[in-house]
Design a protein around this ligand. Structure first.
Ligand code: HEC
Length: 87
């Protein structure tokens, strides 16, 4: 977790595996971001399997129930500031 200097250090930026657990294009090759970051050495422990890891739903993926998409959107974009007792 990264604490930002805004609002007396109360605003936090938190990268969650649920946000990263999706494919991304790396120079034309699509692969899971968590596995790619692990292969690049960004994690202290190597990750070789992502089976069972949760991921946030894309807001535009209509194969996923709308409640799950809304919850994913709010979690990815709003929760870092909107915490109980905060805002
Ligand atoms: C960077 C921090 C931050 C993020 C991210 C953020 N908010 Fe807020 N939000 C605030 C703050 C601070 C206030 C209070 C502003 C005020 O009182 O003037 C607020 C207020 C609100 C309010 C109340 C507005 C009102 O008139 O009372 C709503 C609704 C809201 N946010 C929704 C969201 C939603 C939905 C998201 C995600 C899409 C989001 N916020 C993301 C910081 C944030």
């Amino acid at each position: 977790m990264l604490k930002l200097p805004h609002a007396g250090g109360r605003i936090r930026s938190r990268i969650q595996h649920r946000q990263l657990n999706r494919d991304h294009g790396y120079g034309g090759t699509f692969t899971n971001q968590i596995l790619a970051l692990s292969q690049m050495g960004y994690f202290s422990n190597s990750i070789t399997a992502i089976d069972g890891l949760f991921s946030y739903a894309s807001a535009t993926d209509e194969t996923v129930p709308v409640e799950q998409r809304v919850r994913s959107y709010l979690a990815a974009n709003c929760v870092q500031c909107h915490q109980p007792g905060f805002w």
